[in-house]
Design a protein around this ligand. Structure first.
Ligand code: 5GP
Ligand code: MN
Length: 343
């Protein structure tokens, strides 16, 4: 990865100015990459003597509970003591990891925006980042933010600074954001980085088992139900979608993170180019989009669902009813296809 020498030096200067109060924030519904990059970067900064607080807008999925240090991450939504607000108000530097726009912080946005004194640094791999960061490491060519953090730590301190615990956190994000090293941006450098993490003592089977084989029975049954009963296929077998209402989720004791991976499954069908998942929330419907090859769901999410993300994995929101959302999707897919975006 080509990190700008100038920006690395700016970052080095920023961090060299004595111990600072630092907050690391990441996106709503934090995933393995969001949490892994936050924990690893926090450890690197603490190693320099900084006081670091990691804040997430809402709870991370339970299959990340095992990660070392995750207990210290402050969950803004459940933070009755105001620890997050206090740390954010007092922060000298705010690192924004694994998201491209402050709006992705949702309930945490206003609190972050209120501290106008802190310097803001972006470390992210999504397309089209917001402007207005004091320093920005925006690398859409990186398969994960964890790989980006790895490259930053390497550039600043050398790989010797990577502890086993940091290596484990970094591997979680590299593994989850690449769909277990199956998606795009799988460069030789990424695998060299993984080799270094293995040298640090991580156990790939143990991490895999902790993340992917830790679901509840309810999740397994919900998955079966969703594929069997809720998956719809349109556009001559090339586009799929699936929806889950709140009562359906309750029936299977749904927990945050349980629907992770459902949207990808339709893409295991030959010929499938694009897949969507509509998950009902109290106030809106969360939209997840996945695609194969040249089909650009980042563009689709921006055009039709006020969202964004990556070329092959994006998301957005709908404030319509489920029925209207699905109708909007089907119509949008048709338009997208007519304009030649489905190949
Ligand atoms: P997921 O479907 O896993 O929630 O999200 C897939 C990708 O799309 C992630 O990289 C995520 O950051 C991005 N994404 C999800 N929801 C939104 C959204 O509402 N707005 C934007 N800009 N990106 C989103
Ligand atoms: Mn990511």
């Amino acid at each position: 990865m080509n990190l700008s020498k100038e920006r690395i030096e700016s970052l080095r200067e920023l961090l060299a100015a004595g111990p600072q109060r630092i907050v690391i924030v990441t996106h709503t519904n934090p995933d393995g990459d969001a949490v892994g990059s936050s924990l690893a970067w926090a450890e690197a900064l603490r190693g320099m003597g900084h006081a670091v607080t990691c804040v997430v807008p809402n709870k991370y999925p339970y299959f990340l509970d095992w990660m070392e240090g995750i207990g210290e991450v402050v969950i803004f939504k459940n933070d009755t003591e105001g620890r997050a607000a206090t740390a954010i108000a007092a922060a000298d530097v705010i690192f924004c990891l694994d998201f491209n726009s402050v709006s992705r912080l949702e309930i945490l946005s206003d609190t972050i925006a209120a501290n106008t004194a802190a310097r803001r640094v972006l470390i992210d791999h999504h397309l089209a980042p917001d402007e207005g960061f004091d320093l920005s490491f925006s690398h859409p060519e990186s398969s994960s933010t964890c790989y980006l953090v790895y490259a930053l730590v390497e550039a600043l301190f050398g790989v010797e600074a990577i502890s086993r615990r940091m290596a484990e956190a970094l591997y979680v994000g590299m593994m989850t954001d690449t769909g277990n090293f199956a998606f795009s941006h799988l460069t030789p450098e990424l695998f060299r980085a993984v080799a270094v993490l293995v040298e640090r003592g991580i156990s790939i089977p143990a991490i895999h088992n902790n993340v992917y084989n830790a679901y509840t029975e309810g999740r397994a049954r919900l998955f079966g139900y969703a594929i069997n009963r809720k998956m719809e296929i349109i556009e001559n077998g090339t586009v799929a979608y699936m929806s889950l209402m709140e009562n359906e989720m309750r029936r299977f004791q749904f927990q945050q993170g349980d629907s992770e991976g459902f949207v990808n499954y339709a893409l295991t069908i030959k010929k499938m180019k694009m897949s969507a998942m509509f998950l009902a929330h109290r106030k809106f419907i969360r939209v997840s989009l996945r695609s194969r090859g040249d089909v650009d769901v980042n563009l689709f999410a921006r055009r039709y669902f006020n969202g964004g993300g990556h070329k092959n994995a994006a998301g957005g929101k709908s404030f319509l009813t489920m029925q209207e959302t699905i109708a909007h999707y089907v119509k949008s897919v048709r338009e997208f296809a007519e304009e030649g975006f489905l190949g």
